[in-house]
Design a protein around this ligand. Sequence first.
Ligand code: ATP
Length: 293
Amino acid sequence: MSAAISVQSLTKQYKAVCAVNNVSFEVTQGHCFGLLGPNGAGKTTTIEIMEGIIAATSGQVLYQGEVVDQHTAQKIGIQFQNTALQDFLTVKETLNLFASFYEHTIAQPILIELCDLADFLDRDNRLLSGGQRQRLLLALALINDPQIIFLDEPTTGLDPHARRKFWQLIKNIKSQNKTIVLTTHYMDEAEQLCDDIVIMNQGEIIESGTPHQLLTKHFHEVFIYLPKAQVSDELLQKYQWRVVSERVEITTDNVEKTLTLLMAESVSLEGLHVKSANLDDLFLKLTGHSLQA
Ligand SMILES: Nc1ncnc2c1ncn2[C@@H]1O[C@H](COP(=O)(O)OP(=O)(O)OP(=O)(O)O)[C@@H](O)[C@H]1O
């Protein structure tokens, strides 16, 4: 598959800080690409260089083989933050205003359906709920019918229902062979949406691949949880099991053997829960802290 974006040896040096240090990766056409990392990792700096908003100290970004230039803005979509929404304009007026900035735009009825805006087209921007506002901001990112869309933490602050609804919209957009570049602090979001991920820390890439590749590379074990009340202190000490939030956590690469052991030790299996490692666990393992904001 061809690369929609090729990031080559990007470095961004601020006076005392090297925000991005020799970073290279490719974003595949039609994929959702996730750039993850803790605060200060260099994600925003990388994304802003990719968008052509700031210049790199060295390195380059190619879009289908071409260097970023003043025409790039016409071809990509960027989800603006709240401040881009003007007061005293309705949703429809906002769509019309942003459409006037571009030579080529998507047909408005298609955009309204794609982003599910029909129910509040005549509402003032100030009266939108968090989820409605994010859908409008997504529509604005899509207004020039871009092939590549940048979403920077698009669901931060949304309730679980609104987040799930937003994910479905992103999946619909992706099914049209659009390329999506996403940053997020939510690991479940990355697992739901991203085909490929790059994890940055302190300006450098520390891991990259598909979520499945990374999880199978780093984790051979699963976690077994039991209510703490069912496990005696003696057993905790004997097997060095951890207690996490009132539950005993047992890490094992052989579930059957562990269950046999628990039964042999007469531990009740009521409320037992088995969990595979997820991206949150991977993040914790690689960076030493959880990504949840
Ligand atoms: N204009 C600037 N001048 C000096 N240092 C900067 C500037 N912009 C960013 N930095 C520094 O570069 C590093 C990377 O910042 P960046 O905003 O890219 O990280 P991030 O991964 O997006 O973090 P967050 O998740 O908090 O948004 C940080 O140490 C930051 O303080």
